[in-house]
Design a protein around this ligand. Structure first.
Ligand code: AGP
Length: 605
C-alpha cells in the first residue's frame, strides 16, 4: 500500500507535500517522510508514525526546495521505524515507493557484492541503489529504464536526483499513479484525491509507463522508453471536501451519512417517474447471462455474499462469490457467457485488480462497482457502476458497504426484470421498498444510544460471535469484521445453523453474542439457534424487527430495527452492527479512523 506524492514547482513544495500526504494517510500511517532538493542537496526527513509527527519535525527544521517527494508507509518489509521509513536516499538519488519488490533479497545480494551497503530492511532501498549505480554510466532515461527492468513485483515510484535539478520522476507497474497538471508546477500522487487541492487535471500512468515532471511540462514514456501521449481527465470537484465537520471522527460521520448517501444513490439509478432502473449497456445481454461471479475483498466481499443471496432469490442465474486473493490464483474456468463483477470502495485493491486483469486477459465481460470513479478498477472494467457514497476516509468501511449492497441490489433487480425472472407487480413492490431505504436507515440511526449502552457488555469479552441465517449471514460476517478491525476483540460471523457443528463449544457463561434475526423465512430457525446459545450461558444482543414480547426474558437486549421487507432488512441490520463496533472501540480507547496494522486502500497482495 503506502501513499506517494511528488511535486516540481516554482515555489517551495514541502507544505504542499505534507498536505497531500495527509490525504494519503488512508493508505498507511506507519511512518512518513519527505525529500526535497535544496540548493543541489537532497534533504531527507522522516519519522515513524503519522504525518503530524513529520509536520512537527518540519516545524522545528523546515525543508526548502521547489521540488520534492513524500511518502506515507504501510509496512511490508521491515518494522515501522524511522530507518525503514521512506524516502530511501543516497547522495545522488531519493526514492519513495508503493508496492512490493519481490526480488529485493536477490538484488540486495547482487549489489552488496558490488560494495553497496544497505541501511534499512526495506525492499525499496534496492531501487535507490540500482538507480544510483546505473547513473554512473548511463543517461537518465536509460538508468530509469534499466532499473525498472530489474524489478519484479508491483510498484509506483517517485524519484528526485541531485544532478537533475528540475525534475521529478514517476513510474508505475501494478500500483496506481496519477499525474496532475498545474500552472508552472506538476505533480504525481497515488491518487487524484491527494492532488485535488492543487489541480483537477489528471492523467494516469499505465502499467510499465514512467514519466518525467518538469515545471512546465510532463513527458511520458512506455515500457520500451518510447515517448507517448496521455489523455487528460478533469476530475469532478463534487467530492472534494472530506472533513469531519462536527463529528468526533470520520467513521461516525460516515455512519451518519448513510441515509443521505443511499438517497443520492437511489436518485442516480432510479427513474422514480417510471419506476425504472437506469442501468444500461450491461456488457452481456441479461437474457444470455449464464452465471454471475462476484469478486472482492473484506467488506466489499461481504456485499458480494449478500448479492449472492439476492441473485439466487430474484433471478434464475447461477452465482458464485469469491475472495479476490483466492480467485486470482485459482484455475477458475472463465466463460464468455458469465458476467464478472468486481466490487471495491477504493477501486485500487491489488487482489481485486489482479483478479479483474485475469478476466480481462481472458476476454470475459467485467463490471466494476466502485466508489472512486477515477480508480484503476473503474478504468479497467468494461462497465462501471459508481456507488455515489462520497469519500470514505475511516479505514473501517461503512457507507461504502451500504452503497455496494444498494447498487448490487439495483443491478440484480434490473437483470431480473429484463429476463422476466420477476413479474412486473413484484418488481414494483420491491422498488417501493427500495425507495423506503433512506428513511428507514434514518430511523435506525436515531437509536444509537441503545447500542452505546449495550457496547459495555463487549469491552472485556475474550471473544464474540455474530449469528445469522440467509440474508443475515453476510451481515453477521460484516459485523464480526467491523468489531475485529476496530476494537481488536476476536469475533466470528457464523451461519447460525452451523453452530452445533463445532463453534457452540466456544460459548461460555456471560459471553456476549449478537444474533441477527429479522422476521423472514429463517426467523424461527434462528430463534432456535439463539436458544441453544442462551442455554449455554451466552448473553444475547438480538437485532430484529420482531415486536413480540415473548422472547424478551431470555435475551440480554433486543435492538429493534424498523419493520421492512426481508429483501431490504440487510440495510437496516447493518446500522446497529456498525454502531456496536464503533462504541466498543471507543470504550476501549482504540483509534477509530486508523485501526492498528491496517490501511484504507490495500494496494499490495
Ligand atoms: C473494511 O472495513 C475494510 N477495512 C476492508 O475489509 C476493505 O473492505 C477491503 O480492504 C476492500 O477494500 P476495497 O473496497 O477498497 O477494495
Amino acid at each position: 500500500m503506502c501513499g506517494i506524492v511528488g511535486i516540481v514547482s516554482n515555489k517551495s513544495v514541502s507544505s504542499s507535500i505534507i498536505n497531500a500526504l495527509k490525504k494519503l494517510e488512508y493508505r498507511g500511517y506507519d511512518s512518513a517522510g519527505i525529500s526535497t532538493l535544496n540548493n543541489g542537496i537532497i534533504e531527507e526527513k522522516k519519522c515513524s508514525g503519522r504525518v503530524e509527527n513529520l509536520e512537527k519535525i518540519l516545524f522545528e527544521n523546515p525543508s526548502s526546495g521547489d521540488l520534492g517527494i513524500g511518502h506515507v508507509r504501510w509496512a511490508t518489509h521491515g518494522v515501522p521505524n524511522q530507518i525503514n521509513a521512506h524516502p530511501h536516499s543516497t547522495e545522488k538519488v531519493s526514492v519513495v515507493h508503493n508496492g512490493i519488490i519481490e526480488n529485493s533479497d536477490k538484488l540486495k545480494m547482487e549489489y552488496e557484492k558490488k560494495g553497496y551497503k544497505f541501511k534499512s530492511q526495506t525492499d525499496t532501498e534496492v531501487i535507490t541503489i540500482i538507480l544510483n549505480d546505473y547513473l554512473k554510466s548511463e543517461d537518465l532515461i536509460n538508468s530509469i529504464h534499466k532499473t525498472l527492468n530489474k524489478l519484479v513485483g508491483s510498484f509506483a515510484l517517485g524519484v528526485i536526483f541531485k544532478d537533475f535539478k528540475d525534475i521529478v520522476v514517476g513510474a508505475r507497474r501494478g500500483s496506481p499513479l496519477a499525474v496532475g497538471y498545474g500552472h508552472n508546477e506538476n505533480f504525481i500522487g497515488s491518487d487524484s484525491y491527494a492532488l485535488k487541492s492543487m489541480t483537477n487535471k489528471i492523467s494516469y500512468l499505465d502499467d510499465g509507463d514512467f514519466c518525467i515532471l518538469h515545471k512546465e511540462k510532463v513527458e511520458f514514456f512506455n515500457s520500451n522508453k518510447q515517448k507517448i501521449n496521455k489523455e487528460i481527465f478533469e476530475v469532478s470537484n463534487e467530492d472534494n471536501v472530506a472533513d469531519k465537520g462536527d463529528f468526533k471522527d470520520f467513521m461516525s460521520k460516515e455512519i451518519d451519512e448513510q441515509s443521505n448517501t443511499t438517497k443520492k444513490c437511489i436518485n442516480e439509478y432510479l427513474d422514480k417517474s417510471r419506476d425504472e432502473i437506469n442501468i444500461y449497456n450491461i456488457p452481456i445481454d441479461p437474457l444470455k447471462i449464464k452465471k454471475i461471479r462476484l469478486i472482492a475483498c473484506g467488506t466489499a466481499y461481504h456485499s458480494c455474499l449478500m448479492a449472492k443471496y439476492w441473485i439466487e432469490e430474484l433471478t434464475s442465474i447461477d452465482v458464485e462469490a469469491d475472495i479476490a486473493s483466492e480467485f486470482r490464483y485459482r484455475k477458475v474456468k472463465l466463460n464468455k457467457d458469465d458476467l464478472y463483477i468486481f466490487v471495491s470502495q477504493s477501486g485500487e485493491t491489488a487482489d481485486t485488480y489482479a483478479a479483474l486483469e485475469k478476466c480481462k486477459k481472458n476476454g470475459v465481460k467485467t463490471c466494476g462497482i466502485v466508489n472512486v470513479v477515477e480508480s484503476s478498477i473503474a478504468r479497467l472494467s468494461d462497465f462501471v457502476l459508481p456507488i455515489h457514497a462520497g469519500p470514505e476516509i475511516g479505514v473501517a468501511s461503512t457507507k461504502a458497504f451500504i452503497g455496494q449492497m444498494l447498487v448490487l441490489f439495483l443491478l440484480i433487480l434490473k437483470i431480473s426484470k429484463d429476463r422476466n425472472d420477476i413479474d412486473q407487480k413484484e418488481f414494483k413492490k420491491i422498488i417501493e421498498d427500495v425507495k423506503k431505504i433512506p428513511n428507514l436507515i434514518k430511523l435506525t440511526l436515531t437509536k444509537q444510544n441503545e447500542i452505546q449502552e449495550i457496547a459495555r457488555d463487549f469491552i472485556d469479552a475474550k471473544g464474540t460471535m455474530y449469528l445469522g441465517r440467509g440474508y443475515s449471514y453476510p451481515i453477521a460476517m460484516e459485523g464480526a469484521l467491523k468489531l475485529k478491525e476496530l476494537s481488536y476483540i476476536h469475533a466470528e460471523g457464523y451461519a447460525a445453523g452451523e453452530m452445533k457443528h463445532g463453534p457452540l463449544a466456544l460459548i461460555e457463561d456471560g459471553m456476549p453474542i449478537v444474533v441477527l434475526a429479522p422476521k423472514d423465512r429463517f426467523f424461527e430457525k434462528t430463534i432456535s439457534n439463539m436458544q441453544e446459545v442462551i442455554a449455554r450461558g451466552g448473553k444475547v444482543l438480538m437485532i430484529t424487527n420482531d415486536t413480540s414480547e415473548t422472547l424478551s426474558e431470555n435475551i440480554r437486549f433486543k435492538f429493534q430495527i424498523p419493520d421492512a421487507h426481508p429483501n431490504i432488512s440487510a440495510f437496516l441490520l447493518t446500522i446497529p452492527i456498525q454502531f456496536l463496533a464503533y462504541h466498543v472501540a471507543l470504550l476501549r480507547n482504540c483509534d477509530i479512523d486508523k485501526p492498528r496494522n491496517l490501511a484504507k486502500s490495500v494496494t499490495v497482495e
